[in-house]
Design a protein around this ligand. Sequence first.
Ligand code: NAD
Ligand code: IPM
Ligand code: MN
Length: 354
Amino acid sequence: MKIAVLPGDGIGPEIVAQATKVLEALRSDGLKIEMEHAYIGGAGYDAAGDPLPEATLKLAQESDAVLLGAVGGYQYDNLPRPMRPEQGLLRIRKGLGLFANLRPALLYPELASASTLKPEVVSGLDIMILRELTGDIYFGQPRGIRTLENGERQGFDTMHYSESEIRRVAHVGFQIAMKRGKKLCSVDKANVLDTSMFWREIVTEVAKEYPQVELSHMYVDNAAMQLVRAPKQFDVILTGNIFGDILSDEASMLTGSIGMLPSASLDINNKGMYEPSHGSAPDIAGKDIANPLATILSAAMMLRYTFNDEANATRIENAVKRALAQGYRTGDIYTEGTKKIGCNAMGDAVVAAL
Ligand code: NAD
Ligand code: IPM
Ligand code: MN
C-alpha cells in the first residue's frame, strides 16, 4: 500500500512526523506500506509556485491513500485567491472526488475534564459528523467581487447542491448510521435557504431505503446550540460543506480539544485522504507543542477505511488511549495532575504504547 504524505504548513510537518512515526513502528511489525512525501499548500507555493503542484496531485492519484497535515499561514494570506494554500486543499479534495468527510467526535474518558463543558455533559460522547466536502458554497459559481451599477462593490458566492451530490452523501450517512446507533440527524437551514429545502427533500427520499434508521432534521442554528446543550442526543450528523466545517470545530471542543478530532475524506470507492480537522495553527508552529493525536488518529482511520485493516487501526487507537491513561498530555488537553509533554514526546508515547 502506498501512502502519499503531505505535511503542508505550520504545525503540519510536526504532527505528520508523529503519525508517520507510528506507521513506521507498525511497518517494522509487518504492516506493508510505503510512504512518499510531497508539497501542498504554502509549501507547494514556495517549492513550485502552486499550492497543489502537479506532481503532488499525480502522487496522490497514484497512491492508495493520502495523509495530510494542514495548510495555511499568515505569510500567504494576501496572495491572490488561486495561489492561497487553502486552494491546494480544496483542489485536491475535488480532484480526488472526496465528497464524504467523516469527522468523529469521540471523548476519551481520560479527557472528560479537559473539555470546557461539564464532564457529565460530554462523558461517553460518540458522534459521527458526516460533512459533504466537494459541493456547496465552497465550490459554487459564480463568485467574486463585482461593481454594481450604482458604483458600489459587492462580494458574492453561490450556494448549490445537485440531487446526485446530496443522494450519494446521504447514502454514506445512512450506511454509517446502520453500523452505529441507527440515528441520523440531517442539519440544514431549510427555513431560509432553497438549497437546504432541496437537501431535506432528497435526504427524506433516500431515508426510505433505510427504514431501520431514525431520521430527524434540525436547523443549523439549533444544532449549534444542541451540540453544547446535550451533545449525546446525536449519533450521526449529516450536513453540507459549510455547516459541517463550522459544527465540526464546535464538536471538537466536546472531546477536549480541536487537537483530538481526526478525519477521513472518502471517494465513492473508499479511497481517501486523512487529515486532522484543525488547521496549521501558525500561532504555535515550530514550538513542538501541538497535539499530534488528531493526525495519529487520522492514520488509524486510514487503516480502517482504505486498507480494511481493523486490527492495526484499533491498535493505534488503543495506544492513544494508553498514552492518555498514562497521564501524557499536550498543552491543549492538559489538566492538573497530568504530565505535560511536547508534540514529539506524545508521538513517542504512542509508539511506546503500541
Ligand atoms: P487552526 O485550527 O489552525 O487553529 C485554531 C486554534 O486551535 C489555534 O489557537 C491553534 O493553536 C489551536 N490548534 C489547532 N490545532 C491544534 C493542535 N493540533 N494542537 C494544539 N492546538 C491546536 O485554525 P485558524 O487559526 O483559524 O487557521 C490557521 C490557518 O490554518 C489558516 O491559514 C487556515 O486557513 C488554515 N486551516 C487549514 C485547515 C486544513 O488544512 N485542513 C483547517 C483549518 C484552518
Ligand atoms: C477544514 C478547513 C478547510 C475547510 C479550509 C482550510 C479550506 O477549515 O478542513 O475544516 O474549510 O474545509
Ligand atoms: Mn475547518
